[in-house]
Design a protein around this ligand. Structure first.
Ligand code: CIR
Length: 253
């Protein structure tokens, strides 16, 4: 998997009205946008072509574009997000995604957030969470299995999405929370296990063998350095206030 493109969306002034469980204060729209711009600059610096959409004021979570679609080489699935307040976002993203991929749209009987979908080569690991249900995973599997992908459902106890606590970081390695470390699905990988107090840094983003990781998590940084890959740290403190992280802010393909 090698990325050449990303789709992102500028955070709206209404950003603080989105969904959150974080309880660490309200984000400032301008500081949020600054952190977002730094993120886009990192993607550009890594050679990606970035399409940035205008803010969607009616959808304060809409800059978390990852949840609205899943991109793969053969097609893109437009999800039916688990949170009712986010469902309208897909109508704004589908026309953009369809410029790049054939799209399949999930039905309204099924629910899925892209933040629950972890793709490692031809394998999908999909979190069963408050946002993604079994019907969503079934519909997803029906669309991708014909292209040779396997789909494994993972019960996620804590955290918003699977990728809040498990991500692929290159070199056959996953970074994951202590609670996920024993999961049979991840036994075939080398593991970087997050310290409890640094679980947020599990949302580290792999782009073509460079790692982008949130700044302020020294234990995780030390562990990531053992992989010997380039690492870029960036401040996501405002993004975190709305339960967001690095993977959430782009669709990569
Ligand atoms: C939400 O609760 O839907 C947003 N405030 C945060 C979504 C983060 N998305 C992601 O991790 N993929």
């Amino acid at each position: 998997m090698y990325f050449t493109h990303a789709i992102t969306r500028l955070p709206a002034d209404s950003v603080a009205s989105g969904l959150t469980t974080a309880n660490i204060g309200a984000p400032d729209p301008e500081r949020t946008r600054q952190q977002f711009r730094n993120y886009v600059d990192i993607l550009l610096g890594l050679g990606l072509t970035v399409t940035t959409l205008p803010p969607a004021a009616d959808y304060p979570d809409a800059h978390f574009v990852e949840d609205t679609a899943v991109m793969m080489p053969e097609l893109a699935i437009i999800t039916h997000p688990g949170a009712p307040s986010r469902r309208g976002e897909v109508d704004t993203i589908a026309p953009v995604v369809s410029r790049f991929r054939h799209t399949v749209r999930m039905s309204s009987n099924a629910h899925m957030d892209g933040g629950d979908v972890l793709m490692i080569d031809k394998r999908f690991f999909i979190g069963l969470t408050s946002r993604t249900d079994e019907a969503g995973i079934r519909e997803f599997a029906a669309a991708v299995e014909k292209f040779g992908y396997s789909v494994t459902a993972i019960e996620v106890g804590a955290g918003l999405h699977l990728k809040s606590i498990v991500n692929y970081v290159g070199r056959n390695t996953v970074i994951l929370s202590e609670d996920s470390a024993d999961h049979p699905a991840f036994r075939g990988f080398n593991q970087i296990v997050l310290a409890k107090e640094e679980e947020y840094a599990g949302n580290t983003l792999w782009i073509n063998d460079t790692l982008i990781t949130p700044s302020g998590y020294p234990d995780t940084l030390k562990k990531l350095k053992t992989l010997g890959l380039p690492i870029i740290e960036t401040d996501t403190s405002e993004i975190r206030k709305m339960d967001g992280g690095l993977t959430c802010m782009s669709l990569r393909f």
